[in-house]
Design a binder for this molecule. Structure first.
Ligand code: HSE
Length: 317
């Protein structure tokens, strides 16, 4: 096999209370990546469609993540001539960079996942996540895993520990749906991280870990009321909310129509809401549209089930 097409999903990180540790994969939107193995050394990006991304390879997350994998592979194979394997790729970006729904993660996770298949599966899931995290480091200054893990593993994931990297997949209740609004304003993840406090109050920490534990319990018990009560972030959201126009109005209006709850998707500016069932989720998305149609800000909305499989691929060569 020489070439594959990969569908790489958008993801929602944090899920309110789980900053840097919880994330989920969406069915839509998703990027399309064409990846080819070649005998020419190095990595070449032929085309990036849909957005303008850095041409400098060292600033391109897909290049950086794939380069990490390639270096590791060559070391593993103990190649005498390190220049024997290369990759060529084309990225069709449907997930806008800086949207807060895991655009950089989709690129990084997609290429390492695809390369692993083309090379005959030399790496395991945790190794692939680690390579993709290097792409995240370039994109945001921090190698967080809460977008790349659900992109690669699918469903909902929990990072128990970063050192050592220990990630587990969580149960996804059948009827859980996600509504997303992406206001077309730019919030850099690095900026949204820099404004956070490095120390937090014990009272806030107690409330937050109570919520995280209860969210996980709610997922396993398919207890939508417990999930709803647990979607609360007392640490990060109060600081980042000021960056997102009409954030609290969105939350209030979406919950009035039946959303379980939600918050900032990753570092924003997208906002997510969870609902029980697609009908409610569609109504929630409608409410998001109504709130933002009165503001002078362009936006996009999505309604999606949770993507249980994560990355998908087909052979093209
Ligand atoms: N957990 C990260 C953050 C996700 O909130 O900064 C960034 O997409």
């Amino acid at each position: 096999m020489k070439g594959i097409k990969i569908y790489s999903p958008a993801t929602v990180a944090n899920l309110a209370c789980g900053f840097d540790v919880i994330g989920l994969a969406l069915d839509f939107p998703r990027d399309e990546i064409y990846l080819y193995k070649s005998n020419h050394p190095g990595i070449r990006i032929h085309e990036i469609c849909g957005v303008s991304l850095p041409k400098d390879p060292n600033k391109n997350v897909a290049f950086v993540a794939l380069n990490f994998l390639l270096k590791k592979y060559q070391k593993k194979q103990k190649f005498e001539n390190e220049q024997q394997i290369g990759f060529e790729m084309k990225l069709i970006k449907n997930i806008h960079p800086g949207s807060g729904i895991g655009s950089s993660a989709a690129s990084a996770a997609g290429v390492v996942f695809g390369a692993n298949i083309l090379l005959g599966y030399p790496f395991n899931t945790i190794q692939l996540i680690r390579f993709a995290m290097e792409g995240e480091r370039i994109a945001s200054g921090s190698a967080h895993a809460d977008n790349v893990a659900p992109a690669i593993m699918g469903g909902l994931t929990l990072v128990r520990s970063y050192k050592p990297l220990d990630i587990t997949k969580l149960h996804t209740p059948n009827e859980l749906w996600v509504s997303i609004i992406h206001p077309q304003i730019e919030i850099k993840t690095s900026d949204a991280r820099n404004i956070l406090k490095h120390k937090i109050l014990m009272t806030d920490a107690i409330r937050q870990w109570g919520n995280i534990g209860a969210l996980v319990a709610g997922l396993y018990q398919e207890d939508y009321s417990l999930i709803s009560r647990s979607l609360e972030d007392v640490i990060v959201e109060p600081i980042r909310a000021i960056l997102i126009p009409a954030f609290y109005e969105l939350k209030i209006r979406c919950k009035e129509i039946g959303a379980l709850g939600g918050g900032i998707s990753g570092s924003g500016p997208s906002v997510f809401m969870l609902s029980k069932g697609d009908e409610t989720a569609k109504k929630v998305t409608e409410v998001m549209n109504r709130v933002y149609s009165s503001l002078r800000i362009n936006y996009k909305t999505y309604t999606s089930p949770i993507n249980q499989k994560g990355l998908k691929w087909i052979t093209i060569l």
